[in-house]
Ligand binder design. Structure first.
Ligand code: ATP
Ligand code: SKM
Ligand code: MG
Length: 167
């Protein structure tokens, strides 16, 4: 079973996931990183082949990631795939959430998200996905104005107390 972090672009899935994996002494896998490893930069995949093509590569990355007992950070849109939604029923799913105001500075900083290049597109994307994120999640964590270390520690404590991965 994997512990899967889902949620809006720039919620902190990759950064928090890495810290959580360290705390729990588990492997860390990121579906975006698998796609990049196998196919190159995400911005270029979107520009050259479009979103449906990217989603197929992403689905393969999800299958690889969920086969491991690891902390798995999803790309923001990985949950859109119906097979992935079904697969998530067998895993622990955490929604890392963030509001538009708090995410604004984060989006501006890296600007490398083809579907959310600015805050207005981020808002529309997240509004459409929010019911899905909430339906799939076993637990929701607010990340606005909170250090990543604290978020990771809270999650690690919850996982320990829930008995997940206890030996
Ligand atoms: N709790 C936080 N407080 C402040 N900044 C944060 C926090 N979490 C993440 N960030 C910043 O937000 C940006 C996005 O973080 P990260 O790449 O982990 O997001 P993500 O959820 O993995 O996004 P994506 O869906 O694009 O993969 C980074 O610049 C990161 O430093
Ligand atoms: O929210 C999304 O649809 C995306 C988020 C990123 O993690 C990448 O997977 C890609 O930029 C698409
Ligand atoms: Mg990420």
């Amino acid at each position: 079973m994997a512990i899967v972090l889902i949620g809006p672009p720039a919620a902190g899935k990759s950064k928090v996931g890495k810290k959580l994996a360290k705390l729990l002494e588990m492997d860390f896998v990121d579906t975006d990183a698998i796609v990049v490893r196998d196919h190159g930069a995400i911005t270029e995949i979107f520009a050259e082949h479009g979103e449906p093509y990217f989603r197929r590569l992403e689905r393969a990355a999800v299958v690889e990631a969920l086969a491991q007992d690891a902390i798995v950070s999803f790309g923001g849109g990985a949950v859109l795939d119906a097979d992935t939604q079904h697969d998530l029923e067998r895993h622990v799913v955490v929604l890392l959430d963030v509001d538009a105001e708090s995410v604004e500075g984060r989006i501006k900083i890296d600007g490398k998200r083809p579907l959310a290049p600015d805050i207005e597109s981020w808002k529309a994307l997240v509004a459409a996905r929010r019911p899905l994120y909430e339906r799939l999640a076993d637990r929701r964590i607010e990340t606005a104005n909170r250090p990543r270390t604290q978020i990771a520690q809270e999650l690690a404590d919850w996982i320990h107390s829930a008995g997940e991965f206890s030996e």
